[in-house]
Design a protein around this ligand. Structure first.
Ligand code: MGD
Ligand code: SF4
Length: 745
């Protein structure tokens, strides 16, 4: 049998199955949230500074604990530009991560008992010794480069430091090739600058916000949602392009129910109208842009009438919306989106968005995109890192403009192949549930099966832990110090994360785990501290503050030093591109053999009886990480399948009915999902929220609830420019009979 057999529940050491009476009743989110609203005892509670880890907006907040050390609530920090004093429902419910009784409690080591693979509990000493021994063995045999790191979130930074100290740069995270990679590459090609997070969108001052598949409101990025609501109150025009009537669409002046996979066609037509009707920002384009003539010529053929045939959006609607954008220019934002790996031509779609913004003169303008700034955190002294012989860059060399590691390429490099120059032999997976976030599970399983060693660091017994040789329980963000948060914004700011309570069970912070492994691997000199508190204290002192001060204020704002927030119209500005100008025509792409300006390509369409599988977010959940959170699970415990009434009629489906899905490659969903019949989705697609359908029975609330979209994403359109994995070209048929009737799951 396979070494990497998924360990389900048989795990001996895990013992004591959680009582099902559960935290759900005692600590249900509704009653809990109500309690928070009513409770007004803040003065009696102690507050501790933190920043949130429930999603990656990293809002700063305060954790309130009572005299018994129990966490009573988490609220936003008023001085934080990431949240303006208000957390989203997930951030408020973050305490559920701490209280979840299903949490990983001790280190676990894979073992075989009576021919069955299982986990046994282990001490930290034993688990860390084993990791160091195996990692050192792989390092000696193949080189440190063969140690791969797949990470996401705060634990990643500590492990990146460990990896670089050992001599490996084989690092990747799904936040690039499965998320925002194409937009970073596309915008960098055009404006010379990443969009980054939080996006430098000046939404609060905008007069027109254009959302192309970006469902702000369901996608709960705190300040964006707050600023969008402010913009709506101020009378901004909102244009939403989405095949689904999203929450954002319901708040919009214009909802363009575009045929899926045709967005580039719409943007080419919009550019056509802006240029043909002389509505673009001539002065700005002349002063700052390169390649306008070529772009004008390129889009001259893409009339709204042509785009109508492709997108199903009426020509007058295309003209009207283009004029609305021009009317608001330059206080207009064609939002770059966030999860943008859709159809494989995603960098080009991002280029089209960037070019539209350039024509509208919105980059560097009030109500458009501001010039972001952050403050750099000094590096705590350590010896220079060794130079790896190869790393993520070489593994992804097929994709010339990849700017970060490509998870799927690391996966491929882990499957033995004599021609592979960059063999990866072990993985450390931290803060990412890769079996739910990286598509093409077949390939992923093949890779995990071939690995010589796999370690997972997580707070929860997520699906990915079932494939590990060693599982290490990290304590939650409320129980640990972490790196200083310094992100780009209008003004620079920093925030600290300080433990509000000691770690529950036998869990530990990743900074400690990294140091322990480092010491055991002979690179202890890179971890010259006993406690991470010392690192933060040293850095804060260098930044003119102190841990004491930061514990009191949580967030410190700094004045800008890089220049004004917007373009100074009286002076010249050099964009950080190769040419110093905004590149409407990209010589760099041309030289690499790609289209220098975006083109529309037709993408496959579902066959009879199949529907495009579209997926997105719910405001109370983040990917797969929150599904078992007692507070958030209580708000939404499973996903639904949105089905158009026309489809429901043909198939005889009713709201609430349980169905299964089969995709174009005959992959059948393990679990079922309940139908929601709604006009809000087009007849050619179905929709579900990502992150449900968990396979690990240890997740007492989330196991088997809803369908996991990733399972059905077996067909991937890879972006040839940067290696992103387009995931929206999968089609599903709806099964009304249980296909697993006689099988045990
Ligand atoms: P999560 O699914 O939330 O995100 O993908 P992931 O990074 O895999 O998994 C996070 C994991 O981190 C969980 O196992 C959680 O328990 C663990 N965790 C939470 N807090 C901590 C902590 O403090 N320490 C440690 N060690 N672990 C912690 C996200 C990725 O997925 C992204 S960014 C996007 S945009 C894509 N979205 C997406 C999609 O919409 N649909 C499909 N099908 N796939 C997608 N993949 C991508
Ligand atoms: Fe936490 Fe919500 Fe902020 Fe994300 S947006 S960091 S979940 S409070």
């Amino acid at each position: 049998t396979s070494r990497r057999k998924f360990i389900k529940i048989s795990a001996l050491g895990l013992g004591g199955v959680a009582a099902t009476t559960s935290a759900l009743n005692m600590f249900g989110a509704n009653s809990y949230l109500d309690e928070l609203v009513k409770e007004n005892v803040t003065e009696k509670l102690k507050r501790t500074a933190t920043y949130c880890e429930v999603c990656f907006w990293k809002c700063a907040g305060w954790t309130y604990t009572n005299e018994d050390g129990a966490i009573k609530k988490i609220i936003g920090n008023d001085n934080d530009p990431h949240c303006y004093g208000r957390l989203c429902p997930r951030g408020t419910g973050g305490v559920g991560m701490y209280n979840d009784e299903d949490r990983l409690k001790t280190p676990l080591i894979r073992t075989t008992i009576n021919g069955e693979e299982t986990f046994r509990e282990a001490s930290w000493e034993e688990a860390l010794d084993l990791i160091a021994e195996k990692f050192n063995g792989i390092k000696e045999k193949y080189g440190a480069e063969s140690l791969g790191l797949l990470k996401h979130g705060a634990p990643g930074a500590h492990l990146e430091h460990l990896y670089k100290a050992i001599g490996s740069d084989t690092i990747a995270e799904p936040a690039y090739a499965q998320c925002r990679g194409p937009r970073e590459t596309g915008f960098a090609l055009t404006f010379g600058s990443w969009v980054g997070s939080p996006e430098p969108t000046d939404i609060r001052d905008t007069k027109c916000l254009v959302l192309i598949g970006s469902h702000i409101g369901e996608n709960m990025h705190n300040t964006q949602v707050q600023e969008m609501s402010e913009a709506i109150d101020n009378g901004a025009t909102i244009i939403t392009v989405d095949p689904r009537f999203s929450t954002a669409a319901s708040k919009s002046t214009h909802w363009l129910a575009i045929k899926p996979a045709t967005d580039i066609a719409l943007m080419l037509a919009w550019m056509h109208v802006l240029i043909e009707e002389n509505l673009y920002d001539k002065e700005y384009v002349e002063k700052y842009a390169l390649g306008f003539k070529e772009l004008k010529e390129h889009v001259s053929q893409y009339t709204p009438e042509w785009a109508y045939g492709v997108t199903t959006i009426k020509p007058e609607e295309i003209r009207k919306t283009a004029r609305a954008m021009a009317h608001a220019s330059p206080s207009v934002i064609v939002h770059p989106g966030r999860h943008v790996t859709w159809y494989g031509d995603d960098t080009q779609r991002a280029r089209a968005m960037a070019s539209l913004n350039a024509l509208l003169g919105s980059w560097g303008r009030r109500g458009g995109f501001y010039f972001k700034e952050k403050i750099s955190v000094p590096t705590f002294p350590h010896p220079a890192y060794p130079h790896p012989k190869w790393g993520w860059h070489d593994i992804g060399e097929k994709y010339p403009l990849a700017q970060m590691g490509i998870t799927t390429e690391v996966v491929k490099a882990s499957i033995p192949n004599p021609e592979n120059k960059y063999p990866v032999k072990a993985w450390l997976v931290a803060g990412t549930n890769i079996t739910k976030s990286i598509p093409n599970k077949k390939l992923l399983l093949e890779a995990m099966d071939a690995l010589e060693f796999m370690v997972v660091i997580d707070t929860m017994p997520m699906d990915v832990t079932g494939y590990a040789d060693v599982v290490l329980p990290e304590c939650t963000y409320l129980e640990r110090y972490d790196g200083i948060r310094s992100a780009t914004n209008r003004e620079p700011s920093i925030a600290v994360r300080v433990p509000a309570v000691p770690p529950k069970y036998d869990s530990k912070p990743t900074w400690w785990i990294a140091k322990q492994i480092g010491e055991r691997m002979g690179v202890g000199n890179y971890f010259n501290y006993d406690d991470f508190e010392e690192v933060i204290e040293w850095q804060l002192q260098k930044m003119g503050t102190s841990l004491d001060e930061m514990k009191k204020i949580g967030v410190k704002n700094f004045p800008r030093t890089s220049g004004p927030l917007y373009l100074d119209e009286n002076s010249t500005y050099e964009f950080p591109t190769q040419s110093g100008k905004i590149e409407l025509y990209s010589q760099e792409l041309k030289d690499l053999g790609f289209d220098p300006m975006p083109n529309y390509t037709k993408h496959p369409e579902p066959e009879q009886g199949f529907y495009r599988l579209n997926y997105g977010r719910a405001p109370m959940h983040t990917f797969s990480r929150t599904a078992n959170n007692p507070n958030l699970n209580d708000l939404k415990s499973e996903n639904n399948l949105w089905v158009n009434p026309k489809v429901a009629r043909i198939l005889g489906l009713k709201t609430g009915q349980e169905v299964w899905l089969k995709n174009q490659d005959d992959i059948i969903s393990t679990f079922s999902i309940k139908v929601r019949v709604t006009e809000r989705v087009r007849w050619d697609s179905v929709y579900m929220v990502h992150g449900f359908g968990h396979n690990n029975k240890k997740l007492s609330r989330a196991f088997g609830k809803g369908i996991n979209d990733t399972q059905l994403i077996s067909k991937i359109a890879v972006d040839p420019i940067m290696g992103g994995t387009g995931m929206r070209g999968n089609f599903v048929a709806i099964l009304t009979e249980n296909p697993h009737k006689n099988t045990e799951i």
